[in-house]
Design a protein around this ligand. Sequence first.
Ligand SMILES: Nc1ncnc2c1ncn2[C@@H]1O[C@H](COP(=O)(O)OP(=O)(O)O)[C@@H](O)[C@H]1O
Ligand SMILES: [Mg+2]
Length: 489
Amino acid sequence: MFTRNGVWAIISKDKIKDFFHRFKSFHIIVFFVIFAVGVLPCFILSRGIVANYESRAIEQRIVNIKTQCEIIINQMGMSEYLDEPSSEVINAQLTQLANFYDGRIMVIDKDYNIVKDTFSMNTGKTIVSEEVINCFKGIENSRYDKVNNYIEQAVCIEHSVTKKIIGVMLISVSTDSIVDSIDILMTKAYILQLALSLAIVVVAFYVSRRLSRPFAKISDDIAEMSEGFLNEEISVKSYREMELIVKSINKMINRMKVLDNSRQEFVSNVSHELKTPITSMKVLADSLLMQEEAPVELYKEFMTDIVEEIDRESKIIEDLLSLVKMDKTSQNLNIMPVNLNELLELILKRLQPIAAKRNIELLFESFRPVTAEIDDVKITLVISNLVENAIKYNVDNGWVHVSLNADHKFFYVTVEDSGIGIPKKSQEYIFERFYRVDKSHSREIGGTGLGLAITRNAVLLHRGTIKVSSEENKGTTFTVRIPLSYIAS
Ligand SMILES: Nc1ncnc2c1ncn2[C@@H]1O[C@H](COP(=O)(O)OP(=O)(O)O)[C@@H](O)[C@H]1O
Ligand SMILES: [Mg+2]
């Protein structure tokens, strides 16, 4: 029983939530606002008019009664009616007045005795009501009984000569006729309200639909886009805020397109780069097989070429792996304090033999001892790539200068060479994956075009910057700047 109730509670709660969530639509909210703003004042106004009419009608009725009573009271004040209520003229007038207003009139003398009652029910009885007592004090008052639909008015009867209050006339008058006309008025007001409400519903529906149309358009466009039917940008001419949202969405979409393009380009580049050495190997192997009796020297020569191609292939794969790893391990760098002077000396010592082959002078200059919080494996990759390039793209008998410096915040490594330089228009692309200035030349030098991409990624992981300045046939300088203390994201 309990579980059942529990399940029921969960279901109905969700359903209720769902139900109310539907009303959170802009369309429906605007609709209700317009409806409320349109219908409520009209409703309040009609109520006000009816209430105003009622109070005025009652006031008017009281004034009328008083004026009509005045004449009879004057006659009573002059005659001895209160002592002897037998005047036929007055009695007839009283009956006529009572009948006219569908009411009842009682005349009371100063001993609170009812001397005349048009209903003839209470004649001779005593009445001690608040109205009567007040009237003897000179306060004439009237009371409107809304529930039973009548007005009660007490009027003082003064003696014509002494001006003393000698009696009270108590008149009860039915207000049925007023209530009837109010009913008619109300019916008319209801009809008018209904008509107006209907008109407002139509207007509210139309306006709210119009106002919410841009929202629907955007959501349709985005849906179409995510299903791949819409290739261009979303365009909605609408409110300024909406246009700003659309602008941001378009910006995001463009960024995604750029990312997607670069991903596609990367995949096609990778396939191409991996295929090139294999194609070469196939050509070499095929040409050996084609020759019936190829000399051993030819075999040796071709095999050496094939081994070179295999090395190239492994180098590309190795570089690709470093690149992918760099993307993946951005979160878990192995940061520790490292003595950079020692690290740089070690790297240069390792590269010294390659430089020596072409008689390139490799110089290291350190301005101060520097220790920084870095991932030494990745920074080693950065420096070796830069120095390798400086040697590779150098002239025979050239030079490579590496310097290390620091201020209170950063350390700086510059790698300067006397090499072939990089053309101005290529400088902005050299950090892109697989980009090489001179493809054929680089090929014989043996590059993958991934070195600088790896370098830049590693520098960025350390929240550093890398800059290049170069002049063709003069030389190139790369400057790396990295914070001394690692800034965790
Ligand atoms: N020190 C340099 N001097 C001249 N050109 C350079 C230098 N460093 C890089 N480059 C150019 O930038 C390209 C990209 O370098 P990199 O990403 O290391 O690829 P690669 O595998 O070809 O060395 C190189 O192919 C070369 O054209
Ligand atoms: Mg390189």
